[in-house]
Write a protein that binds this ligand. Structure first.
Ligand SMILES: Nc1nc2c(ncn2[C@@H]2O[C@H](COP(=O)(O)OP(=O)(O)OP(=O)(O)O)[C@@H](O)[C@H]2O)c(=O)[nH]1
Ligand SMILES: [Mg+2]
Length: 364
């Protein structure tokens, strides 16, 4: 079964759209969780990960660990935090390993590294732990721990807590490990899968989905409109926990994501698509709300710091972006949670199919 049938004149008329065929596009800034959602699609609806994917993932995880220690070491210098005297030279052992490792063939089994001892000692150092806690709670990225590094910080404790397992030569990343690793997307990727969704009268119908994942870093965004043809829906992913983070350009990261959605909605080619906002990283939002007040970053927020009020407030901000009479549906997500994402992706499939059917009836 093909995807996204084209129609005359480039712009698809809803009555001509094959309603059991939908074309989705994952959009959103860098690091918000698009590829994580894409990976969940592979786990839930396709054949999951191959051996080659797992070799790739093993290399990425090792590289991420070496990178995060390099960042944390630099942060100890910025913050004038001392390491234990015996550990001061350890980074000098790790840096050459990282450089060599970066030059590897990413599709082959990654080369063994010999610096696990240094990695373990450095991670256990009270100075590095102090820098880690500071980076995790800080609202403004410093030179060495900028906005992009914040993503590394988000998962660092997950991987660094299992160094014992990772350093084994026969370690093979699990699906959860693959969902947690950080690798910015540079080439778009597409998946096609079939699923069953409930139609308006509660009957199951087959749906064929084609979904494209693109890079979200600023220099990748110029490529987005190339994927606009015959689009059914945009899944706009946002990092809800970024409400207190300043980007390198000084803008608040969540406000910038709301602004970016506004631009997307006005971009020729995207104006006809259904927009679903996936308000992601709810697990991290919940954690951050314990210590960081939303009102300190969003002047118009005057409620308590409870998860429910904050989620509603952010959802309304995204919904208000569109003033052309079209609704924006907002669904909260934690992309790393496969069970939850199964429900979310079922709701997405259902919402897109119902809207497509309703439009076809209206225009038909
Ligand atoms: N804790 C937590 N981490 C998440 C969640 N979603 C994604 N992540 C992590 O955030 C990091 C970035 O996720 P990606 O899916 O690579 O982000 P992306 O939007 O594809 O980024 P680009 O490819 O640069 O545009 C990864 O380490 C993910 O594991 C979430 O809901 N909770
Ligand atoms: Mg990506």
């Amino acid at each position: 079964m093909g995807c996204g049938q084209s129609s005359s004149g480039g712009k698809s008329r809803p009555s001509e759209v094959k309603t059991n065929n939908v074309k989705l596009l994952l959009l959103g800034s860098g690091g918000v969780g698009k590829s994580t959602i894409f990976k969940q699609m592979r786990i839930l609806y396709a054949s999951g990960f191959t051996d080659q994917d797992r070799h790739w993932a093993k290399g990425c995880i090792t590289e991420n660990i070496l990178e995060v220690l390099e960042d944390l070491d630099a942060l100890t210098e910025d913050l004038d935090i001392d390491l234990l005297p015996d550990n001061e030279e350890l980074m000098d052992e790790i840096k050459p390993a990282l450089l060599e490792f970066r030059g590897r063939d990413v599709n082959a089994p990654p080369p063994a590294i010999t610096v696990w001892g240094a990695v373990e000692k450095l991670w256990a150092d009270p100075g590095i732990q102090k820098a880690y806690k500071t980076a995790k709670s800080r609202s403004v990225g410093s030179n060495s721990m900028g906005a992009e590094s914040n993503n590394l910080i988000d998962w660092a404790s997950y991987f660094l807590a299992k160094i014992d397992e990772l350093k084994q030569p026969d370690y093979v990343p699990t699906d959860d490990d693959i969902l947690r690793l950080r690798r910015a997307t540079t080439d778009s990727d597409r998946i096609e899968y079939d699923m069953q969704v409930k139609n308006m009268v509660g009957k199951s119908s087959p749906l064929h989905v084609s979904c494209t994942d693109v890079g979200g870093q600023a220099h990748e965004q110029a490529e987005w409109s190339k994927h606009a043809a015959n689009l059914s829906a945009i899944l706009y992913v946002a990092n809800s926990s970024a409400y207190n983070i300043a980007q390198q350009d000084g803008l608040n990261m969540l406000k910038a994501q709301i602004k970016l959605l506004e631009t997307v909605c006005k971009t020729p080619g995207f104006t006809e698509a259904i927009v679903i906002v996936l308000l992601n990283k709810i697990d991290l939002l919940e954690e951050r709300l314990q210590t960081v007040k939303v009102a300190d970053f969003f002047e118009d927020y005057d409620d308590d710091n409870s998860l429910d009020s904050v989620k509603d407030f952010f959802a309304n901000k995204f919904k208000a972006v569109r003033n052309d009479g079209q609704n924006i549906n907002v669904i909260e997500t934690t992309a790393t949670n496969t069970k939850l994402m199964e429900e979310v992706l079922a709701s997405v499939g259902q919402a897109v199919m119902q809207k497509t059917l309703a439009d076809a009836k209206y225009f038909g």
